[in-house]
Design a protein around this ligand. Sequence first.
Ligand code: SIN
Length: 542
Amino acid sequence: MTSPCWQARADLVVVGTGVAGLTAALHARELGLRTLVVTKLAVDDGNTRFAQGGVAVVLPGDHDEGDTVEAHAQDTLTAGAGLCDPDAVRAIVSAGPAVVADLRRRGARFDPAATGGGLARGREGGHRTFRVVHAGGDATGAEVERALVASARDGRVPMLENHIAVEAARTPLGAVGGLLVLDASGVPGLISAPAVLLATGGLGQLYQATSNPEVATGDGLALALRAGALAEDLEFVQFHPTVLYTGRGARGRCPLVTEAVRGEGAVLVDGAGQRVMTGVHPLEDLAPRDVVAGAIIRRLLEEPGAIDDHVFLDATHLSREAFRGRFPTVYAACQEIGVDPSTDPIPVAPAAHFACGGVKATVAGRTAVTGLYAAGEVARSGLHGANRLASNSLLEGLVMGTNAAEAVAADLALGVLADPWSAAVPELPVVPVADRDTLQRVMSRYAAIGRDAEGLAVVGSVLDVSAVDTPLRTRAEVEDAALTLAARALIAAAAAREESRGCHVRTDFTERNDAWATSQLIRLNPSGQPVLRWATAAVGAA
Ligand code: SIN
């Protein structure tokens, strides 16, 4: 039996300190909930700070310019390739103005428009108009994180750093009643609470090259599945079309080159200088992300100019001052590899970027398990479907974080949550753990853009032979176990979906198939294997 070294009590435990987690924690404090935030590294070590483009939002004044919430919703549904939940899309998109106003009230500073007193707007893939508010040019995530961390510190929200969430405490009826955590030395602690909100981000570390930092290891997804929650749409991992190419075989986090550069007129060209997106989609270089990433991969197979692993983003129509002023983060990253974007095309390649699926949750963050909530990238809210629209992720984090805090307050007031004292102290799980490097290699080779039945089976076999049942006593073991489970669940969903749709591109089923206009649910069976449970009804625009 696990004996926690310490025990604490809260109304709500928030796991994660990105946009969704901190928004939820701040809101929960304002609602009077005793809230404790837990994060596995330092408070600002998450993925939010790397977001560049901004927050997609239609503010009241934008109606005069011809933009509407409905147009934003339609662009989201189109990008989602038939698997969005239209109600979730409209709920999240229409909540945008309020959450952006809240964020500004908390001190976030967005870039002002050159004239007119409003906010500046960028344009990104899949958006029919300039709709994305940004900060510091291309440093929106950093500003959002700065403002939220500062507010949390000012508001004295307790934050437990360097503690990783391992397992949910559960009552005999299966409700969540707390969380077992490990500190950096592996010492366990128990936080008893009737509500646990997972805001743990994504799983980009399943792949060798990703825009995500090293913390993006799918921890919340694995914990939720082990607690009995359902996951959905896991096969849809979005590859960002343009991360900076830093050389063959790049590993780990690669710097983003925001889509907003294409919004300012930059175009993709191949190694032979030919445009990549001409004739591929009516929006050309501003097509939705899955379309652009897929077109790049197809072009690379032709090895134009004898280059098979990157293309170029030509932004040379912008002066050095203009580029550096609008995109200081990208400019600095280019400088580090000796590229001047005003004179040289920027070498770029697709890399794993965003989990469109995740723990099945309502837009208020409620999951199938009483007391367990999920918000932000870890959650599958129905906003993204088979492919997320650019700059909808910070928006989703702000809205779901706010909603989840309200849902917890309401559920507590209604008395529908469990008494945490009835939850058993969880055992440290003993679960399959594969070698991370091996896992990343096979996922990148066989389960990235362009998958087939044979390759997915290879991933399954490699995981079978390399994974060893291991008690989760350290952060690395918790993370590697999460990656192993996430990989297994992802390849099960990807193998079953015999079509190509959104971010899921099958080389043996190259067309979209209307019979597959459904989402796949995943749960764990009693022996801990991910199983596809059923498919929901077809939803959303085609
Ligand atoms: C980007 O700026 O291109 C990334 C923003 C996003 O992922 O939505």
